[in-house]
Design a protein around this ligand. Sequence first.
Ligand code: PMP
Length: 387
Amino acid sequence: MVGCENSKKSDSDSNKEKCLSDDVINLDQGDPTVFQEYWMKKKDRCTVVIPAWDLMSYFSDTTNVCWFLEPELEKAIKALHGAIGNAATEERYIVVGTGSSQLCQAALFALSSLFEVKPVSIVAAVPYYSTYVEEASYVQSSLYKWEGDARTFDKNGPYIELVTSPNNPDGTMREPVVNRREDGKVIHDFAYYWPHYTPITRRQDHDLMLFTFSKITGHAGSRIGWALVKDVEVAKKMVQYLTINSIGVSKESQTRATTILNELTKTCRTQSESFFEYGYEKMKSRWERLREVVESGDAFTLPNYPQAFCNFFGKTISTSPAFAWLGYKEERDLGSLLKEKKVLTRGGDRCGCDKKYVRVSMLSRDNDFDVFIHRLATIKDLKCNQP
Ligand code: PMP
């Protein structure tokens, strides 16, 4: 809470100043501070107090495959998915992780160690979430090997396809593209499959699905993610990885996540209080402002997303992804161009694409977003102005 108060002060104080100043704006990382205002309004409603004698053990429930998962968090996760209708939790094991980043690595370990032939190829369709490249290559494991774009993948042998839907960086809804079921496994990353980002059109029901607390509510600092896993052997292997890697997951974080997830579920049908109503309006208004600037000039491109009926909101809604996949109409390194304007973004080359695309975080604080829109407006006509 103290942290919140401090940020509140510095945010509002620096607001006007930042609009006038020419500070560097970092929209490279997807740090989800956009929702902080909503949580500030909750005041002490989601404050968690933990006495010193509590939560001291490594263990949570030794009868559970995931023995370090707090039973209350398990209930909260199931209740939230039930209320939103975005994923099936029945007949599945829940594995909690230190963010879904850790779970993705646990899943790569689990799935590849269960294949007979190694190394297992890891692929994702371009443009992909750039961190997958590091997650699949950093430790130079002999179990698996990063093979890049799933669309051009033609190697024989076992593979794992990472499918992010809606996709980071371009916000599109995705399905697997490699279709050799007999020797392939899929990890479905649903970090952004929540109604403030995209219409909930179906209840996802795959073998291995990843979710993260970070991108639902913005509490990335708690480092909580979860996997919904059908196969007990895969769940056990993931738990083995997490045990060796970090002997479980912080119980303080699990407790905080439980309180906040329960609040989401409790208020999700009350329009004035619902986080998802707030988040949807917030993201929608940012996208409208961005599109207005892009469409008023002739230099940039943005993807268009079809509207769809959202089962959660009970109406047809638009898509407002967490990242903007901004393109430049000419062959030019857009990341460098924006860097000259002191806006840091992630270059398309990091996502397996061309440098004329960049990934821009739409999840920053208001003042950074305002400055970004202002600076973009100053360069949108650049092409026309050039000789
Ligand atoms: N998957 C995707 C697609 C993401 O964008 C992110 C965060 N940028 C993650 C996973 C990881 O989230 P975390 O580790 O914070 O749970």
